[in-house]
Design a protein around this ligand. Structure first.
Ligand code: NAI
Length: 690
């Protein structure tokens, strides 16, 4: 086997093949994408390039993928470390193609199928014995960039060494969470997922509940995706549902709940009418202008979607609905228990499959323990040293401390600022270096705007100024800490969270990094030192554009292009390995004799650049691309970035820029338009453009 996975051939450029190819390209692999004709391969690649959410980290990565037809791909196949088949879900078609491919393979190459339902051993039955040893299933979930799960399905003839090698490559290089599954129908996640779904539909009828009730009861309430049952089905498509259900019935003759796997009458009625869900414009829900209608399954007519309140309005409703949830969960837990030894021996693997493949907050076994004990599984990052409601200091071992946020959405409030400052100032702590990260979904959505707005509304201007000062002092302490601080961001890293990242000795980021300074949406400028750091990193025009347009990276790769990440910063494919990598980096910096960077200065671009940038802002206002208030914010930004008219070439200390940042911020806080923006953002979760 090759030491390093480098060359991949993807067979089939449909929905899965093209996006899987994209994901391999995201992580720097050499990728060939083949289909029946070169045109099909090229159009599949194009579809992936246009898909939303984006399949590629950066649009230009699509150019690195080479396309071709199966016949002309022999050379690529002969050079590949891994060939993955993702053509139509048809046994004969897959076998025919694999028979053609097998003789071309390098002796140590791996061959896998992305089938979601066919028995892997049956698909590969006709392969030569030596190929069978390196043949297995790799079931990616759609969309492969964003869904963490890959089920790997070895057959009885697969070499353990081959499985281990590919597992490591898929985890490390492609950043996925691998679960080993048995070669049983629908493997793990879809087996449990289809049961949970079909049982929900049965209980809905038994309890005579409407689709809005079911969606209120089977979504966030259970830690399941917001799209719950019926919005998910509309996205998947009812034709696909019918196919999966029929396959389950056909292939699971011994399943004790086989009678569930029949297409319900109301689904048949919808299929007859062509109501397939989003792809046909209507399904369980229908959007007409701004109005969303829901389907009454008895009358097959639509009505405006009812808002379902939790907890329910009447006692009778509450009893019925809680009974529905209780039965649904109990039956789910029993079904999963009965699957142990059949689909997997390991409850943890089943939990991971549901968490990573279906975005459940907890898998079924962990959920059962939540129901019984009221507690979810504890997954601490380290040993707690001290804590307050927003932030903890943990001991990661090996002389590395960890500052972990744990407020809602990891908003950075006064308690977090205080914990960071006391920790970084406390030379008595037994740590040589620190990591800032957390185990949440998002790194941080930024500073606590609700607190800021309350101060503004009470006209506590001294307090506002003090809060900004403290935020700056925290980031400065981070930057100037003699014990190196590594920031390890992932997911949303916005506003103050992004500013913190800009002050790190080094950043170790997850590949899925959505970082940016979005303060303009709140009518503000970054004033935790973020504007100053941007002035140090790039020319004032680029900094202005990045901040004023609230650019947020759509990947760590893009964050690099925006220079929110620097050359020495690291990007890690797998979220599960980010903490370890950050700890290693922190340790390594300390061991290498880390030196605090000297106080920096910004070279003033001079009054003429400042005038040009202000003219640009003015022109945007004239063209009505920005509002009057945005023009004002833009001018504040230009002022700070250009060191307020300092002569060209003059070296202005960063402390001076921070002071201007603070002044601009305070002045904007006094503006009604800014206050309205903050209030609107807090209420609606999206910016107001006044
Ligand atoms: P698709 O229909 O989008 O693409 C299938 C591709 O197969 C097309 O590009 C087509 O040109 C090619 N093809 C059709 N007939 C062929 C033949 N006789 N010989 C060679 N190639 C042929 O299908 P999709 O959705 O990408 O599925 C591909 C595989 O991935 C299937 O095995 C499916 O079960 C599996 N899968 C699909 C998921 C999904 O959400 N779409 C999720 C996980 C697995």
């Amino acid at each position: 086997m090759a030491q390093l996975l480098q060359r991949v051939v993807v067979l089939g450029a449909g929905t899965m093949g093209s996006r899987l190819a994209a994901h391999c390209a995201n992580h720097g692999l050499n990728v060939h994408l083949l289909d029946q004709t070169t045109e099909l391969a090229a159009s599949g690649l194009q579809a992936a390039a246009k898909s939303r959410p984006a399949a590629f980290f950066l649009p230009r990565l699509a150019e690195a993928i080479r396309t071709g037809d199966f016949a002309s791909g022999n050379k690529a196949i002969a050079e590949a470390d891994w060939v993955v088949e993702a053509i139509v879900e048809n046994l004969d078609a897959k076998r025919a193609l694999l028979a053609r491919v097998a003789p071309q393979l390098r002796a140590d190459a791996l061959l896998t199928t992305n089938t979601s339902g066919l028995p892997v051993a049956a698909v590969g039955a006709q392969l030569p014995d030596k190929v069978k040893r390196r043949w297995l299933g790799t079931h990616f979930f759609n969309p492969p960039r964003y869904m963490r799960l890959v089920e790997m399905i070895p057959t009885p003839t697969t070499d353990a060494e081959a499985v281990a090698w590919l597992r490591r490559a898929i985890e490390l290089r492609l950043g996925k969470g691998v679960v080993i599954a048995r070669d049983t129908p629908n493997f793990i996640a879809n087996r449990i997922g289809v049961f949970a779904l079909m049982n929900t539909l049965r209980l809905m009828q038994e309890f005579e509940l409407g689709i809005e009730d079911i969606d209120a009861l089977t979504g966030l309430l259970l830690g399941w995706p917001k799209s719950a049952t019926f919005r998910t089905l509309d996205m998947i498509g009812l034709d696909t549902l019918a196919q999966v259900v029929q396959n389950s019935y056909a292939n699971l003759p011994k399943d004790e709940h086989r009678e569930l796997f029949v297409v319900p009458e109301f689904v048949k009625a919808m299929l007859q009418r062509g109501w397939l869900g989003e792809k046909s414009g209507q399904g369980f829900y229908r959007k007409q202008g701004d109005q969303i209608d829901a389907l009454d399954l008895k009358t097959m007519t639509y009505h405006p979607r009812r808002k379902v309140r939790l907890p329910f309005d009447t006692l009778a409703a509450a009893v019925k609905q809680s009974e529905f949830v209780r039965r649904g969960l109990e039956e789910l837990f029993a079904y999963c228990q009965a699957r142990l030894g059949e689909i997997s021996d390991d409850p943890e693997a089943i939990d991971q499959a549901m968490e990573w493949g279906y975005n459940w907050q907890h898998g079924p076994f962990a959920m059962e323990s939540v129901v019984e004990t009221g507690k979810g599984p504890a997954r601490p990052l380290g040993v707690s040293v001290r804590a307050n409601p927003g932030c903890s200091l943990l001991d990661l071992g090996d002389g590395v401390g960890c500052l972990e946020f744990h407020s809602k959405m990891n908003v950075l409030g006064a308690d977090t600022v205080a914990m960071m400052q006391t920790t970084l100032a406390d030379s008595g702590l037994p740590f040589d270096a620190f990591v800032i990260t957390n185990g949440g979904e998002q790194f941080s959505v930024g500073a606590d705007l609700a607190y800021l707005l309350a101060l503004i509304q009470n006209e506590e201007w001294d307090e506002v100024e003090e809060a900004v000062r403290q935020f700056q002092a925290m980031n400065l302490a981070l930057k100037r800490s003699p014990r190196p601080v590594v920031v390890a961001p992932f997911g949303l890293t916005l506003g103050g969270g992004c500013e913190m990242m800009l002050h790190a000795a080094r950043v170790v980021a997850h590949a899925e990094l959505y970082a940016g300074m979005v303060e303009i949406g709140a009518g503000l400028i970054p004033a935790g030192g973020g504007t100053t750091q941007m002035a140090l990193r790039m020319d004032p025009k680029t900094a202005l554009e990045t901040i004023a347009m609230a650019k947020v990276s759509t990947s760590a790769a893009e964050a690099r292009e925006l220079r929110l990440l620097r050359r020495g910063d690291e990007v890690i494919a797998n979220r599960a390995f980010v903490l370890q990598a950050a700890k290693d980096a922190a340790r390594q910096l300390a061991d290498a004799g880390y030196e605090v960077p000297p106080e920096a200065s910004v070279r003033a671009p001079g009054p003429s650049v400042e005038a040009t940038l202000k003219l640009g802002v003015f022109m945007m206002r004239e063209a009505e691309q920005i509002t009057k208030h945005e023009q004002k914010i833009g001018n504040h930004l230009v002022g700070v970035l250009c060191a307020h008219g300092a002569p060209e070439g003059m070296m202005v200390p960063e402390a001076k820029l921070r002071e201007w940042e603070r002044e601009a911020f305070l002045s904007l806080c006094g503006e009604t338009n800014t206050q309205e923006r903050i209030a609107y953002l807090l209420r609606n979760g999206k910016p107001l453009r006044n």
